[in-house]
Design a binder for this molecule. Structure first.
Ligand code: PL4
Length: 407
């Protein structure tokens, strides 16, 4: 008799983003003709630059010719791309070997799959609030008990609040796996060198591993802030870094990402090289490699021309963030983030609950945001605004908020 994985039954609510989409769809059906302005899901909107399009075309052209056609590629990724990704780290004075880079179809799959190479009794620490994938993938794997309200038994929450500048202290007790995201989704906070040094010191002392999601690193313009955890001495012994072409190069739909699993990484029962070998085993067993066309696009995005063209688009989104930030402050909101990250983290007015404010914003200003509580218990009383969008829609959204939202 087949039985389901009962851990799915522990998941407290539907996955956050489909829930946002469901409520938005319902509003649209009930209010035909109303223009809805979507600043909810962090989804790229601007066309890819010419250099990257050429790379993607080249990938297609290769398939048209029997001499250049390729079928299945290496599960770890095209070696040319692994080398180029490794080379990008040298900009930050960091040495990464191509064999430590594993190309994938995105940071979401990697950040949910990575837990599978660690022991089921690992104690997990997450920033609260956090991108929901870190929590849900561990719930599904069975590393938590049931949820009491929105708090899972057995999970260590590291609150990110106004008081600590939305970056947590190291845990008081011993944990095994620590998820960190910087620049942070959803708070837009960026960890300083000193803050990361504290976590690296904690991880090395406790033989813990940091799973560092750097999907928004290209949005950091303040050069004093670390853009990779490997800028911190010793991080190669205790950190896996996950990254993506989604937001830096507009590949949300193309799908391409990577993880760095250093050979020097160690765990309680794993010497140097073991964890790299385990992730290699996991990927070769369960993943069939990223699309060859996407990888050609990725190579183009990492060329000098590709880098400068894609960075201009990143700056466009950051200009959106600036516009949203000043409009919300002018309206009287307390606003965080949006300076070195494409997300703004905003307090709901008059202590309104996050979902209640989501509905109010949609009803009065026709703007979709993401309720803070969907990212964890400490997100209650906040909402997230995404700066991804066409400029005219951003301007229309802030205009609606200024004119129509009653607070
Ligand atoms: C909606 C911290 C967005 N359906 O595109 P990927 O897989 O390379 O990267 C996904 C990702 C990884 N890490 C972090 C992220 O914030 C994201 C994307 N998050 C958002 O609005 O929070 C898109 C969400 C998408 C999803 O479920 O990821």
């Amino acid at each position: 008799m087949a039985r389901i994985n009962q851990n799915y039954e522990k998941l407290t609510a539907g996955y956050l983003f489909p829930e946002v989409a469901k409520r938005t769809k319902k509003f649209a059906e009930n209010n035909p003709g109303v223009k809805i302005l979507r600043l909810g899901i962090g989804n790229t909107t601007e066309a890819l630059p010419a250099s990257v399009i050429k790379g993607l075309y080249d990938g297609v052209e290769k398939l048209a010719n029997v001499n250049t056609y390729t079928g299945y590629g290496d599960e770890q990724g095209d070696l040319r791309l692994r080398k180029e990704i490794a080379r990008t780290y040298s900009r930050f004075g960091v040495k990464i070997e191509p064999e430590e880079v594993f190309v994938s179809d995105g940071a979401k799959p990697d950040s949910s799959n990575i837990q599978s190479i660690f022991s089921l009794d690992s104690i997990i620490a997450v920033q609260d609030p956090a991108y929901p994938v870190y929590v849900d993938s561990n719930v599904i794997a069975g590393r938590t008990g049931n949820a009491v309200g929105s708090v899972y038994d057995g999970l260590v929450y590291m609150p990110c609040t106004e008081k600590n500048g939305f970056f947590p202290e190291v845990p008081n007790d011993k944990v095994d796996l620590i998820y960190l995201c910087s620049p942070n989704n959803p708070t837009g906070a960026v960890a300083t060198k000193e803050q990361l040094e504290n976590f690296v010191a904690y991880a090395r002392k406790n033989k813990a591993i940091i799973l560092f999601d750097a999907a928004y690193s290209s949005f950091i313009s303040d050069t004093t802030l670390p853009r990779t955890i490997y800028e911190i001495k010793g991080a190669e012994e205790c950190a896996i870094e996950i990254n993506s072409f989604s937001k830096s190069s507009g590949f949300t739909g193309v799908r391409l990402g990577w993880s760095v699993v250093p050979k020097k990484l160690i765990a309680e029962d794993a010497n140097e090289g073991k964890i790299n070998a385990l992730w290699n085993r996991r990927q070769t067993t369960m993943f069939n490699g990223a699309s060859n066309i996407a990888q050609e696009g990725g190579l183009a995005a990492l060329s000098d021309e590709g880098m400068s063209e894609t960075q201009r688009i990143v700056q466009y989104y950051m200009e959106n963030a600036k516009i949203i930030r000043s409009a919300l402050i002018e309206k009287g909101f307390v606003v965080y983030g949006g300076v070195n990250a494409p997300y703004l983290w905003v307090k709901t007015p008059n202590n309104i609950g996050s979902w209640e404010f989501f509905d109010k914003m949609l009803l009065e200003a026709h703007v979709v945001i993401t309720p803070g509580s969907g990212f964890g218990p400490s997100g209650e009383g906040y909402f997230r605004v995404s700066a991804f969008g066409h400029r005219e829609n951003i301007l229309e959204a802030v205009d609606n908020i200024k004119k129509c939202l009653e607070i």
